[in-house]
Design a protein around this ligand. Structure first.
Ligand code: MN
Length: 427
C-alpha cells in the first residue's frame, strides 16, 4: 500500500534544509522561469525547484487526467481546469517520484539535470491567471478594532457582521507576485476631519495580513456551492498582502465601499500550498453566536492552525517583526465564505482569488495591520534602529511569512514581500 503524501515519515532524495517550509509533505504548485525560458508549472522541495514540464515530457506525469500541454502553460489554470481529483492525483504522483526509495527519477541523471533547479536561479511568476478577486472581512477582532476606531465602541460590529461573511469585489489586474515593488498611491484624502479634501500621495499607507484561497471552477451561473462542497472547489492557499491607503479609503468608502484606497496593488506569495497538504492542521471552527442561517452551517473543523507574522525592513536596515497572528483567528471559514459568495447563484472560476480579510488575534501584538498596531497612528511602533512607524514609509519592505507545524512536520508558504517606492510624479 502506497504511503499517503502527508505521512510524517516520508523523506525525499532531494535534501531539505532544517526548518524548511517545503518538505516532501508540502509539494506546492507554482510558476517559475529561468534562463529566459517561458515560465512553466513547478513544485518545490527544500530549496530545489522541480520543473513539471520536463517531468510531463518524460511521461512521468502520464495517466493523471491532466494532458501534457497543461504542464507547458504559463499559469496553473490549465492544470486546475481538470479539477480537484486530478490535482490530488498529481500531488500523489509527485510524492512517489520524489520519495527517498523511488529510483525512477532519482537515478535518471539526464532527467535530474534537466528538471531540478536551484531556487536562487529561478524567477517566480504569479501562480494563476486571476479572473476575479474578492476580499472578505472575516476576522472578528479586526472588524471590532476598526469599528471602535472609526465609529462607536459600544456598537463596533455593524449589525450584519455576525450574520454573514462581509466582502467586496476587488481588482485582479493589480495583484502582483512577491518581490514586485509597490508605488505609494496618489489620491484624494482629508488632511483633518473638518478640512476640505486635497490631492496628494497617501500619508497612511498600510499592509493587511491576509491569506487567500484560490478556487477551482465552481458550478454554472445560477447554482450554489454548499459549505460541505466548498473545499472541493479550493485548490490551496497563498499569503496575501492587501495594501491599503487608509486616508484615501476613509474619504471614499461611503456609500459603496473600498475603491482606490485598495486597488493599487495586492501582493501574493508564489507557491500555492494545496489544501490537501494542510489537512493535518485542521482545527475546530469557533462557536458562532447568533446561530447562522442554514446555508452557512458547516461541519466542526473548517479552520486551519497556521502561524503568521509580518515584518518591516527599512531601506538598508534590519528586519523588525511587528505582528504574530494565526489563520485560525478567523470567525468565518473559507467554506462559509465560498458558500455565501455563491448562494445567490454567482459563479466562480478556476483562478479566482478570495482573500480572508485582515487576520487579527485578540492580543495587540497579533493585530494584522498598522492601522490597528499603531491604533490609528496614536501609538507609534518602535523599530530596532530607533525609528518609529505609524504607517509605512517609502523604502520600507513589508514581508509576511506563514507556516504550520505539528507531529514533526512543518508546512509553510515561504513569504510574500514588497518594497514601497515613492509615488510616481506627474510628467
Ligand atoms: Mn483586505
Amino acid at each position: 500500500m502506497a504511503q499517503h503524501p502527508n505521512d510524517p515519515s516520508l523523506r525525499s532524495w532531494i535534501p531539505v534544509p532544517k526548518d524548511s517550509d517545503f518538505p516532501i509533505q508540502n509539494l506546492p504548485l507554482g510558476i517559475a522561469a529561468w534562463n529566459g525560458e517561458p515560465p512553466v508549472p513547478c513544485t518545490r522541495i527544500g530549496d530545489t525547484v522541480v520543473d513539471l514540464s520536463i517531468l510531463a515530457d518524460s511521461a512521468m506525469l502520464d495517466g493523471l487526467d491532466i494532458p501534457r500541454e497543461a504542464f507547458l502553460a504559463p499559469h496553473l489554470n490549465a492544470i486546475m481546469a481538470h479539477g480537484k481529483t486530478a490535482v490530488r492525483a498529481l500531488r500523489e504522483r509527485l510524492s512517489e517520484l520524489l520519495r527517498a526509495d523511488n529510483t525512477s527519477f532519482r537515478d535518471d541523471n539526464t532527467l535530474r539535470e534537466d528538471a531540478l533547479l536551484p531556487l536562487d536561479q529561478v524567477v517566480m511568476h504569479l501562480p494563476v491567471q486571476v479572473g476575479d478577486y474578492t476580499d472578505f472581512y472575516s476576522s472578528r477582532q479586526h472588524a471590532y478594532n476598526v469599528g471602535v476606531m472609526f465609529r462607536d465602541p459600544a456598537n463596533a460590529l455593524l449589525p450584519n457582521w455576525l450574520h454573514l461573511p462581509v466582502g467586496y469585489h476587488g481588482r485582479s489586474s493589480s495583484i502582483v507576485v512577491s518581490g514586485t515593488p509597490i508605488h505609494r498611491p496618489m489620491g484624494q484624502y482629508k488632511p483633518a476631519p473638518d478640512a476640505a479634501p486635497v490631492f496628494g500621495a497617501s500619508r497612511q499607507l498600510d499592509f493587511e495580513l491576509e491569506v487567500a484561497f484560490i478556487t477551482f471552477d465552481g458550478k454554472p451561473l445560477g447554482q450554489r456551492i454548499s459549505t460541505a462542497e466548498a473545499e472541493d472547489h479550493i485548490l490551496g492557499l497563498v499569503l496575501f498582502n492587501d495594501w491599503s491607503a487608509r486616508d484615501i479609503q476613509a474619504w471614499e468608502y461611503v456609500p459603496l465601499g473600498p475603491f482606490l484606497g485598495k486597488n493599487f496593488g495586492s501582493s501574493m506569495s508564489p507557491w500555492v500550498v494545496l489544501l490537501d497538504a494542510l489537512e493535518p492542521f485542521r482545527v475546530s471552527s469557533p462557536q458562532q453566536d447568533p446561530e447562522v442561517l442554514p446555508y452557512l452551517k458547516q461541519g466542526p473543523k473548517h479552520h486551519f492552525d497556521i502561524g503568521l507574522e509580518v515584518s518591516i525592513t527599512p531601506e538598508g536596515g534590519e528586519e523588525n517583526v511587528i505582528c504574530r497572528s494565526n489563520l485560525k483567528h478567523l470567525y468565518w471559514s473559507m467554506a462559509q465564505q465560498l458558500a455565501h459568495h455563491t448562494v445567490n447563484g454567482c459563479n466562480v472560476r478556476a483562478g479566482d482569488v478570495m482573500a480572508s480579510g485582515t487576520i487579527s488575534g485578540e492580543e495587540p501584538g497579533s493585530f494584522g495591520s498598522l492601522l490597528e498596531l499603531s491604533w490609528k497612528g496614536t501609538k507609534p511602533i518602535a523599530l530596532k534602529d530607533g525609528a518609529q512607524r505609524t504607517f509605512i514609509q517609502d523604502g520600507d519592505t513589508v514581508t509576511i511569512r506563514g507556516h504550520a507545524a505539528a507531529g514533526g512536520v512543518r508546512i509553510g508558504f515561504g513569504e510574500v514581500r514588497g518594497e514601497v517606492l515613492p509615488a510616481v510624479p506627474f510628467a
